[in-house]
Write a protein that binds this ligand. Structure first.
Ligand code: SIN
Length: 305
């Protein structure tokens, strides 16, 4: 076990850095730039039962220290992911991958999780009940404890692989939703997805994004994410993955002190495709600077005393 290794729901990661879903494709695209096996793992593009074209454009708006997206879960559908995307990934990534799953009904989630859970390369299922960009699915399941628990129960019944539920920050009490998911069988919680936001174009005087609103992410949201990770980590007894504006090794360490076992890097990958690799590379010297021997020992450290 190295200084950076952590155990995420029974699977050893060589380091806690995980590119977040929607910012790293199906991985092989980034493997053209560097050896992606340096990462702990990564969470692949949110996958649904059927292929999706996504939302109308424009789907992206720039903001100070962040961005808004309204992609709308564009993806080729679970069958194409299994027959076309995962075989390409297998050629360049020799670690378990995290499969990110979205749905529009409880049955959708279960169907897609059952199929992806049967794939040998899939280590964890990250179940996204927090996409703010679709109607009748995504975030509507993650803003209500009973609905989030129902999805969790359904996916729990179709796979033995670890289930990680990805939560929305667009709620007043994220702890009650996290607890409901854990009580329903979740092996881990990841948070936060994007914050609902919007921009208006002063020239057209209309919303920049065709769908009017979208999910705000990037460095600006880091303190909100950190606060929610801290709250959830102190309330549940399963691993928590922290994400939201993470863009440096210092941010990874801060998230772990708040209680994260592993840390996802999102928007930063879109600005700099080498960001996740560079964060991994700078972790040890950053630990040395702060007198940290190994990362496992600091998880939840900010809760002590
Ligand atoms: C999207 O595809 O709209 C983004 C996914 C998400 O925010 O969960």
């Amino acid at each position: 076990m190295g200084r950076l290794s952590v155990n995420l729901c029974g699977i050893e990661l060589s380091n806690p850095v995980i590119p977040a879903s929607g910012t790293f494709g199906y991985g092989y695209e980034f493997a053209e730039l560097y050896d992606i096996n340096c990462l702990g793992t990564f969470s692949f593009k949110g996958t649904t039962r059927e292929p999706r074209f996504g939302n109308p454009t424009p789907r992206i708006a720039e903001c100070t220290a962040g961005m808004i997206n309204s992609v709308g879960l564009q993806n080729p559908g679970v069958d194409a992911v299994i027959t076309e995307e995962l075989p390409k990934l297998k050629k360049c990534f020799n670690k378990p991958v995290m499969a990110n799953v979205s749905g529009f009904s409880v049955e959708d989630y279960a169907y897609t999780c059952e199929k992806l859970g049967a794939e040998p390369q899939v280590g964890w299922l990250e179940v996204n009940v927090s996409c703010p960009n679709v109607h009748g699915g995504g975030m509507s399941f993650g803003t209500n404890p009973e609905a989030a628990a129902e999805v969790t129960r359904a996916v729990r019944s179709v796979t033995k692989k670890p289930i990680i539920i990805k939560l929305s920050p667009n709620v007043t009490d994220i702890v009650s939703i996290a607890k409901a998911c854990v009580d329903a069988g979740a092996d881990g919680i990841s948070l936060i997805n994007t914050l609902l936001g919007m921009r208006i174009d002063l020239k057209t005087k209309r919303p920049v994004i065709a769908n009017k609103m979208g999910g705000f992410s990037g460095q600006a949201i880091f303190p909100v994410a950190l606060r929610m990770v801290y709250q959830v980590a102190s309330a549940v007894n399963v691993p928590v993955i922290g994400m939201g504006g993470v863009s440096s090794a210092e941010d990874v360490i801060e998230m772990m002190l708040a209680g994260a076992t592993a840390v996802e890097v999102g928007a930063k990958n879109l600005i700099d495709p080498f960001a996740s690799r560079d964060i991994v590379a700078s972790l040890e010297r950053t630990m040395d600077r702060y007198g940290i021997d190994n990362l496992r020992d600091i998880i939840g450290g900010a809760h002590n005393g």
